[in-house]
Structure formats: structure tokens, C-alpha cells
Write a protein that binds this ligand. Structure first.
Ligand SMILES: [Zn+2]
Length: 272
């Protein structure tokens, strides 16, 4: 199995996005003036396994609009085709895409892909709901043209600490797990690598390893309690299995993946 970190440009987000307060200011602060982060990567991932090339998310495109709390920095030559080529991969070889969730910086790159697209049925229900529709219109974040994914259910039982999962590869080494919180149907993808480590392609389950350890809900999660419960499940999983935790926007995810071939420390909750 070979996992590639692909980078499709960068995004800057408000400080109030990364370090959300509790209570009513959690979401309000997103729309008020505030400090901005450094540029964070917009990663997606390619998995070569058993002669099949899969993508987890497809990154952002240059056509993306900014929102009040996120500024996209994506040039055309940073979109998925160039990111794939930089990794020595061909877009035509992609047979399957798994979306962690239906936010533009994870799915807008679908315009470049022809393979089947898999999305958790709970996420599809959310984006079809009045709340999902209104949010997309207000933030001017339309679905990608021709968006027609295949829904899947997380009905393959527990996987490690995760109560609900979906097995993707025939040999069971690529598994989707329920990481609801950031969005109601958010999923992450666990790849059991050749040394038995679990490489957890986290999507936006958290923005960083730091946020996971701090058990800090983000500013956009509809239900912050559900978000924190998912973080506890991830940490419980990391305590059971040596796990490489790779959020899409963590500046250290690329290095962590590169180092995972060597000796990778399992993630444990911080004690402070
Ligand atoms: Zn997101």
C-alpha cells in the first residue's frame, strides 16, 4: 500500500475558526472581524493498493469563493491534475473517490475526476436538508457541477474504537469510520499500512493534532458535543492501535505521513 499526500493550494482561516470559544460566541465570532491564520494546506490523499487507485477527497479549485471565515489561495496549476502529476499519478487511473464530507475544499476537485464517488448517506441527507441548502446559498458554496455521488451506509459494524464503519477494499485494509461532528455525516478513512499502522485520513474531524488532543469543538460543527464525542473515540482508537493522524489542513500532516514509514509514535491524549 502506498499513500500520497496531495496539496491543492492553501486556505487562511480566522483565529476564531481554529480556536473556537464555547457558547454563543463560537459561531458568531466567525462573522466578526478578527485575526487570520497562516496559510494552511488543503490536502487530499491518494491510496495505491492492490492495483486500485483511490482518492480520499479531491481538494479545492481556483474557482472557489472566499467565505467570511476562510480565504482560499488556490491557483489553477495547484488543482488536482497538477497535484496528481507531482505525485507521479494519473487522474485517468482513479477508480473511486471517497469524500470525507461535502465542503468545497474537499469536493470541488471532483470536476477533474471520472471514477465513482462515494459519500456517507447521512452527509447526503444533510446537504439535501433545508439547513444544508440555505447554508450553501448564504455562503455561495454550490455543489460541484454534475455532483452525483453514490451513497453508502456505515453498516459493517465496529472497527477498533469506532462503533460504525464501512469496509472499502476487498482485504479490509481500507475502512471508512464514522467521525460525525464537523458535519453531521463526516467520515474518516483508515488505511492499515504495510507495517500494521493505522493511517487515519481524518478530513476535518479536527483541523490539527493539537485540536484533537485539546478536545476542542470547532466553530462550524452543528453539535459541538457530538464533535467532542468523536474526538474521544479517535483518541481511544489511537490508544489501541499505533495510528498516524492526518487532518486535511494540519501543516504537519505531510511530514507525519512521510515519517510514518519509520517508527511512528502512537497518538495519546495530552495529560495537561
Ligand atoms: Zn470542512
Amino acid at each position: 500500500m502506498k499513500i500520497h499526500a496531495l496539496t491543492t493550494g492553501a486556505v487562511r482561516v480566522k483565529h476564531s475558526f481554529l480556536y473556537a470559544r464555547r457558547g454563543p460566541r463560537r459561531q458568531l465570532d466567525l462573522f466578526l472581524p478578527g485575526a487570520w491564520s497562516d496559510a494552511l494546506p488543503i490536502h487530499c490523499w491518494a491510496i495505491e493498493h492492490d492495483g486500485v487507485l483511490r482518492l480520499v477527497d479531491t481538494g479545492e479549485t481556483a474557482a472557489a469563493r472566499d467565505v467570511p471565515f476562510a480565504r482560499m489561495e488556490v491557483e489553477r496549476e495547484q488543482e488536482l491534475p497538477s497535484a496528481m502529476a507531482a505525485a507521479g499519478l494519473r487522474l485517468d487511473d482513479v477508480s473511486e473517490v471517497i469524500l470525507t464530507h461535502a465542503h468545497g475544499d474537499h469536493m470541488d476537485g471532483l470536476v477533474h475526476v471520472r471514477g465513482r464517488v462515494l459519500v456517507n448517506e447521512a452527509e447526503l441527507r444533510f446537504i439535501a436538508s433545508p439547513m444544508g441548502r440555505v447554508t450553501r446559498r448564504l455562503l455561495r458554496q454550490p455543489l460541484p457541477p454534475g455532483f452525483a455521488p453514490e451513497p453508502f451506509a456505515l453498516d459493517d459494524g465496529p472497527f477498533g474504537a469506532f462503533p460504525r464503519s464501512r469496509v472499502i477494499s476487498d482485504d479490509g485494509r481500507i475502512v471508512v469510520v464514522d467521525t460525525r461532528g464537523h458535519t453531521p455525516g463526516h467520515v474518516s478513512v483508515i488505511c492499515v499500512d504495510d507495517s500494521g499502522h493505522h493511517v487515519l485520513l481524518a478530513g476535518d474531524a479536527t483541523d490539527s493534532l493539537e485540536q484533537l488532543r485539546a478536545l476542542r469543538a470547532d466553530a462550524v460543527a452543528p453539535d459541538p458535543k457530538a464533535h467532542v464525542a468523536t474526538m474521544r473515540t479517535i483518541l481511544a482508537h489511537c490508544a489501541r492501535h499505533p495510528t498516524v493522524y492526518l487532518p486535511s489542513h494540519d501543516p504537519e500532516s505531510g511530514d507525519r505521513l512521510a515519517e510514518s514509514v519509520a517508527d511512528q509514535e502512537p497518538v495519546t491524549p495530552s495529560r495537561d
